[in-house]
Design a protein around this ligand. Structure first.
Ligand SMILES: [Zn+2]
Length: 498
């Protein structure tokens, strides 16, 4: 018997099937898609979708959900227009005890002066106050925090012999070590972030975890029936031994929480000029750095593959992507769906090699925003900026392309808009292709294509209902379309305005 029928909507199954106007759901699973008059739904509860567009729930293949939660719970300093605005936001978010935390300020939004200790003393002179810059490599703290942190003198920036409160590199890392959230705090962050994710139509995530309480929190929430998202845990490589000892392999777990991949970095970032390139950066002699060199990488891929685990490698520069391809080509890895995260700089033969390999390209359409003339890619790469994030080429060559947000920002519709309006016109995807990369293809990256990512009989009843059609609105307005309903296992888990 059908439990629930979703009507008054345009169903876009994203499976290759035609649009329909209703979906029937039984026990959390889609049982029929079609014309409401032809579905036998006697006794079923009706959910009126108010003329919205019903899509499969978004699968975000690359998240750091604790970061989203941190900004939701603590002061969010993104978009602050000056130090006074930051102080106001820090005071408003202060719960009266412990450290006062704020994240995401960008001094280029005002006159360019970093926040200093004397300014942050206005929030508190007794309790430590931290305001992290957007890139998290620079952190500003007040005098109470300087006292509490007890940092080595040479790591603290000074002016006329006095510390400014601006901390970089190791000193900034020491701040993050000092504010690592405990179990209770992590739980608060993840619950807040779950609300954000559901409000954006996301029903499943591939979350990157490293030495945190997040895995335990997700499993506890699952046990308590408090987890509306489906979560794949991609563990940092320093968990590899523990995972092997416990006998965990990829896809072990429950309906809600599963073991995903083992993740590591091959290189750094373009912003910091640490992404590893074949040819030097446009604005220096450097070719970047290895975080894992090619030989260590080959050993690691083979160890992870032998353990029955998926491997996910952060590789941004063309040399790093090349090294990953060579390592994966050297093991017989067809079943494991190993992944390359980011894969931004795709010069030469890399697109063809990616298409020929079993690697899934887990990319971030959000990063197109750096590709404009005069932008970050232009500065760092010069002409090679036209060879970044080549989604059209990847799709045409037959590569597996999955999308994720990297939480910059956590918003599939923002990513879809970026993919459809790519600065390089030859790399634009259609709305269908971009949505599929954020649903069925992201599901494939997590071995979940039979379970989610399309609206078809047998799939989980996980939906995002949009209040306008991404096929009809101007491409530049796609990210503004409100999500009106998010549905997980047939239950409404987010409703716009509620
Ligand atoms: Zn990331």
């Amino acid at each position: 018997m059908v439990d629930r029928v979703f009507t008054n909507c345009e169903v876009r199954p994203l499976s290759g099937d035609d649009p329909a106007s209703a979906v029937a759901v039984t026990n959390g699973t889609v049982t029929a898609v079609g014309d409401p008059d032809k579905l036998s739904t006697a006794g079923a509860e009706t959910v009126d979708c108010q003329g919205g567009i019903l899509l499969p729930g978004f699968v975000d293949a690359h998240t750091h959900l604790d970061m989203v939660g941190r900004r939701a719970v603590e002061a969010d300093l993104a978009g602050a227009d000056g130090p006074d605005d930051c102080i106001g936001r820090l005071l408003a978010a202060d719960d009266g005890e412990g450290w006062v935390l704020g994240f995401g300020y960008d001094e280029s939004d005002w006159d360019g002066d970093l926040l200093q200790a004397a300014t942050l003393d206005r929030v508190s002179t007794e309790r430590p106050v931290v305001a992290a810059r957007e890139d998290i490599h620079t952190v500003s703290v007040n005098h109470a925090a300087l006292d509490a942190l007890d940092l080595p003198d040479d790591s603290v920036r000074t002016e006329d012999g006095a510390p400014t409160g601006v901390l970089v590199e190791e000193a900034a890392e020491a701040v993050f070590d000092a504010i690592v959230p405990d179990y209770t705090q992590t739980r608060e962050y993840l619950l807040a972030a779950q609300e954000v994710a559901l409000s954006r139509g996301i029903t499943a995530i591939h979350d990157m975890v490293r030495q945190s309480h997040a895995p335990r929190v997700y499993r506890d929430l699952d046990t308590e029936d408090a987890l509306s998202l489906r979560v794949r845990l991609n563990y940092w490589v320093d968990h590899l031994d523990a995972i092997r000892e416990l006998g965990l392999v990829t896809n072990h777990g429950s309906d809600r929480v599963r073991t995903g991949a083992i993740k590591t970095y091959i290189d750094g970032s373009l912003g910091a000029e640490t992404a590893r390139l074949r040819d030097p950066y446009a604005d220096s002699d450097s070719v970047g750095e290895w975080r894992t060199d090619p030989e260590a990488l080959r050993e690691l891929v083979s160890a992870v593959d032998d353990a029955g685990l998926q491997f996910a490698a952060h590789a941004i520069g063309d040399a790093a992507i090349d090294a990953l391809l060579s390592a994966v080509e050297s093991v017989d890895a067809a079943d494991e769906r190993h992944r390359v995260e980011h894969a931004e700089v795709l010069t030469g033969d890399l697109v063809e090699r990616l298409a020929a390999s079993s690697l899934v390209v887990s990319a971030q359409p959000n990063f197109h925003r750096w590709a404009a003339s005069g932008g970050l890619y232009d500065e760092r790469l010069g002409e090679r900026r036209s060879l970044t994030n080549r989604f059209r080429d990847l799709v045409d060559a037959g590569a597996q392309l999955a999308f994720g947000s990297d939480c910059m920002p956590l918003s599939p519709l923002y990513g879809v808009q970026q993919a459809v309006t790519a600065p390089e016109p030859g790399q634009r995807l259609t709305v269908d292709e971009a949505l599929r990369a954020y649903t069925s293809e992201a599901a494939y990256a997590g071995f979940d294509e039979d379970r989610m990512g399309t609206v078809t009989p047998g799939a989980a009843a996980d939906f995002a209902v949009l209040s306008a059609s991404p096929w009809d609105v101007p491409a530049d307005d796609i990210s503004d379309i409100p999500v009106s309903l998010t549905v997980s296992d047939g239950d409404i888990v987010f409703e716009f305005g509620q």
